[in-house]
Design a protein around this ligand. Structure first.
Ligand SMILES: [Zn+2]
Length: 105
């Protein structure tokens, strides 16, 4: 194996970049503080970057955050979609095994 003098160095800069999307605001009973408080539903996408250029997502996480105590809770994609449907349809939508939701206005 020959080693050429003055070899070129290939530096590959890669990393990840996070994106946060707010999907909805829901009124849920917090599992942490027990208050029926507004919760933000967020989607966090982590993308693989090469030379600071985002290429493809490597992970997508959904989470809710209590606006009362700030507790974050991870939810699955299915749960997030269901919560989003609830927030647009309102509590008068179809009842199919919904998690506890108390609207107090
Ligand atoms: Zn809370």
């Amino acid at each position: 194996m020959k080693i050429r003098p003055g070899r070129t160095e290939h530096v590959i800069i890669f990393g990840t970049k996070g994106y946060l999307y707010q999907l909805a605001i829901l009124t849920l009973v917090c599992g942490q503080c027990g208050n029926p408080a507004a919760h933000t539903l967020r989607k966090r996408i982590t993308k693989f970057t090469l030379f600071f250029v985002p290429l493809f997502p490597i992970s997508t996480k959904y989470l809710t955050q209590c606006t009362f105590c700030g507790a974050e809770q991870k939810v699955t994609k299915e749960q997030a979609e269901q919560l989003q449907t609830q927030s647009t349809n309102g509590p008068s939508g179809q009842a199919y095994g919904q998690p506890q939701q108390h609207d107090r206005f």
